[in-house]
Ligand binder design. Structure first.
Ligand SMILES: Cc1cc2nc3c(=O)[nH]c(=O)nc-3n(C[C@H](O)[C@H](O)[C@H](O)COP(=O)(O)OP(=O)(O)OC[C@H]3O[C@@H](n4cnc5c(N)ncnc54)[C@H](O)[C@@H]3O)c2cc1C
Length: 260
């Protein structure tokens, strides 16, 4: 075991990335930089105390108020139970129920991981359509140059911010697996590499839910859905040939051949 690295107590913030980067060489990719949000239990508790959940009913909209507590939950800085207790104390009605429902998904996925172990990293069930996935992540996707402003923005958020809204994760996963025919494990690996909350349980099982290897049908969206929940962020000025612009019925036939 190598000697522990001692950081000088007066080290200024702007020098931290370089010093930590050298100490942690080999454990990360890209340029070392500080995350946009502070880590640790103190910061996690402050974020929890600040969370009132107001407007959470609109959580599916990119502009909706979501907690962004996932990175603290992921790293054990907050526990699911204390977050649930806080929500019960400060939230009300539909917003509280909806928030508790999301925490339940996280708890459920943890339980599945505990039961299935490393099996969650492989297909838990057969896909519900004749899928022929390739294992490699296409370069244009990784480098955010697909030519689709929405898809490129999703990857940019992932790589630049280390965080994506749940709806962006769903859209990106569906785009990669169903439109580009890429094995969900390549997407899982990309998320693990960049997400500050990137874990095994939520990440692998959400990808499998989209891919239909842990659900009874594949998840997919159309352009109308992206436009609505993004508040027209990309679609209104988009000049690209949109692969999502069709009815759900048409896309189902195009992507899955038969009705899944
Ligand atoms: C393809 C894909 C990959 C994902 N990978 C991860 C991952 O690596 N790590 C991760 O923590 N979440 C993952 N999620 C779930 C979800 O997107 C994030 O938990 C959520 O966006 C985090 O933001 P938030 O804390 O503001 O969530 P909020 O909406 O405020 O929810 C509060 C908490 O509930 C839990 N939660 C919310 N939505 C979900 C969900 N759909 N499934 C399971 N738990 C949920 C999280 O712990 C979250 O912090 C993934 C979803 C998809 C579709």
């Amino acid at each position: 075991m190598s000697d522990p690295v001692r950081l000088p107590p007066d080290l200024p913030d702007d020098r931290l990335p370089r010093v930590l980067g050298e100490a942690l060489a080999g454990l990360y990719t890209g340029e070392p930089r500080l995350p946009a949000r502070a880590g640790g239990r103190t910061a996690g508790l402050a974020a929890l105390q600040a969370w009132t959940g107001q407007g959470y009913a609109g959580r599916n909209f990119l502009g909706g108020n979501v907690s962004r507590l996932s990175m603290y939950l992921r790293h054990g800085m907050l526990g699911l139970r204390e977050v649930a207790a806080h929500a019960r104390a400060v939230m009300r009605g539909r917003e509280r129920d909806e928030f508790l429902r999301q925490l339940t998904w996280a708890e459920f996925y943890r339980l599945v991981l505990r039961q299935e172990g490393a099996r969650v990293l492989g297909n838990l069930e057969d896909p519900k359509y004749p899928a022929r996935w390739v294992g490699t992540l296409p370069d244009d996707v990784r480098e955010a140059r697909t030519g689709l402003p929405c898809a490129d923005a999703w990857v940019t958020h992932l790589v630049r911010d280390g965080w994506m809204h749940n709806h962006e994760r769903l859209w990106f996963a569906a785009y990669l697996v169903h439109w580009r025919g890429v094995d969900w494990r390549a997407g899982y690996a990309l998320f693990r590499e960049h997400l500050l909350d990137g874990d095994i349980a939520n990440n692998a099982l959400s990808w499998q839910w989209v891919a239909s290897t842990f659900s009874n049908k594949p998840y997919f969206m159309n352009q109308e859905n992206i436009d609505r929940y993004s508040g027209g962020r990309w679609c209104r000025t988009c000049r690209a040939e949109c692969p999502f612009r069709a009815s759900y019925g048409e896309l189902e036939t195009q992507l899955f051949g038969t009705q899944p």
